[in-house]
Design a protein around this ligand. Structure first.
Ligand SMILES: [Fe+2]
Ligand SMILES: [Fe+2]
Ligand SMILES: [Fe+2]
Ligand SMILES: [Fe+2]
Length: 435
């Protein structure tokens, strides 16, 4: 696997979290607020229970992303009565395999379990801490009066929470400032301050965005790792064209974000085998505008524009701005070509992988029709073996990870079914049903 060099400080931490928040807002603003309040509460719980770093950070991240498994799903999934269990499993798998938050992932898995489940795993009790904060916020956001919420948790007859957490939550909620923070929205500032005070490695922004870009690729037919393969192709083309490592990394980063807007496109359209209708195609094209809404004021212009113009074409026939070739920079055109090559190399819902001859034929057509830059494509022809090998490795790796995720997912789903059958259909998350 190619070693990606270059200055990785493309996006600062406050902006990175802004981007994550806007991405998560695909589920609606209430969803983002819920994630943030749960994370704020866990922060307070950590203070009360004297939980220190690094566990504190893991808990806060797990709380922030605890419902991430619900993202990028169709309505059928969300309406399923076992939804709480499925999304906690899916969230766990995303964090485990596709992020650097592996240590937080199991906590997410257990966020709909009960203290009565007595699961033998060191992440089970931390997971229950998220459960109690999550449940508190669920009641709170459904406008149940504050005192009733406290009574609900404290007098909870089913003993679904760890008594230590119950006591801590009761204590926290007896402080007026916590109630004030929640009601006034100040909890956001406190959470942000904490998140921004943490140490981040240079690779963290890259890892976070790789996680986001893979979310909608995970459970549908779109190639898993498409964005990453675009990034690798762009990075290699850039180096072959004598760009510096820093410039090449900018193209790599643009590749990671270029399709982020697809999270806002209905799954039925993204997954549709065969040709899209005109109307569907128009909706699909909207992914670039969604990217613009999400990242316009966040990313450095140079990088943002590479991503924004990835569907523009030299003859002005692209979208959404119909920009002409003369107004497109070489890095912007490198990204366009990398996107096309990645799609041609991989298997898609509407096509198989193409061999080099077929890819060349299609690219030649694009040169002939003045759609894509001839000089860049010729660099690809010259190094096509090396570049395709690297890109294929990323694509293949994507298939392997996806396979692993789907296998573990099937296993966990089955375990839950067996558990229910064995315990007379007692749901694993019985407190959810009883709430
Ligand atoms: Fe949940
Ligand atoms: Fe939740
Ligand atoms: Fe795209
Ligand atoms: Fe793409």
């Amino acid at each position: 696997m190619i070693n990606i060099k270059g200055d990785k400080k493309i996006i600062n931490i406050p902006n990175l979290w802004k981007l994550i928040e806007r991405f998560l807002s695909v589920m609606g603003p209430a969803y983002v607020d819920h994630c943030k309040r749960t994370a704020y509460l866990i922060l307070k719980l950590c203070e009360e229970e004297h939980i220190i770093e690094p566990l504190k950070k893991k808990l806060v991240f797990a709380a922030y992303f605890h419902d991430i498994g619900a993202i990028g799903k169709n309505n059928e999934y969300l309406l399923n009565e076992d939804y709480d269990i499925y999304h906690s499993i899916d969230g766990y798998l995303i964090l485990k395999y596709q992020s650097f938050l592996k240590n937080s992932s199991k906590m997410v898995l257990y966020h709909h379990t009960s203290f009565q489940n007595k699961i033998f795993d060191k992440y089970y009790l931390p997971g229950l801490k998220i459960a109690i904060c999550d449940r508190f916020d669920d009641w709170y956001r459904h406008n149940i009066p504050f005192n009733d919420v406290i009574n609900n948790i404290f007098n909870y007859k089913n003993k679904n929470f760890n008594p230590i957490d119950v006591l801590a939550i009761k204590k926290i909620l007896s402080h007026n400032d916590v109630i004030y923070d929640i009601k006034s929205g100040k909890y956001e500032d406190i959470l942000n301050e904490y998140i921004q005070s943490l140490k981040y490695s240079k690779n963290d922004a890259k890892s976070f965005i790789e996680m986001l870009s893979s979310l909608f690729e995970l459970y549908n037919e779109t190639t898993f790792n498409h964005s990453k393969s675009v990034s690798v192709i762009a990075y290699m083309l850039a180096l072959k064209m004598n760009y510096s490592y820093d410039d090449a990394f900018k193209m790599y980063f643009a590749g990671l974000i270029h399709d982020l807007g697809k999270i806002f496109i209905p799954l039925e359209i993204i997954e549709k085998p065969g040709k899209l209708t005109d109307e569907e195609y128009e909706i699909m094209k909207g992914h670039v505008k969604y990217l613009e809404k999400m990242a316009d004021d966040i990313m450095p212009k140079e990088i943002f524009n590479m991503a924004l113009y990835h569907h523009e074409r030299c003859d002005g026939s692209g979208y959404p701005y119909k920009i002409n070739g003369d107004d497109l920079t070489i890095p912007q055109q490198i990204l366009q070509i990398s996107d096309v090559i990645s799609a041609l190399l991989a298997k898609r819902s509407y096509k198989e992988e193409y061999p080099y001859e077929k890819i060349k034929e299609i690219l030649d057509d694009n040169i002939k029709n003045n759609k894509l830059n001839k000089d860049i494509i010729e660099v690809f022809y010259k190094y096509h073996e090396e570049i395709s090998n690297e890109a294929n490795e990323v694509i293949l790796n994507g298939y392997i990870i996806k396979e692993k995720i789907l296998k573990e997912r099937e296993l966990l789903y089955k375990q839950i079914k067996d558990f229910r059958a064995k315990y007379n259909n007692l749901p694993l998350s019985n407190f959810v049903k009883n709430k």
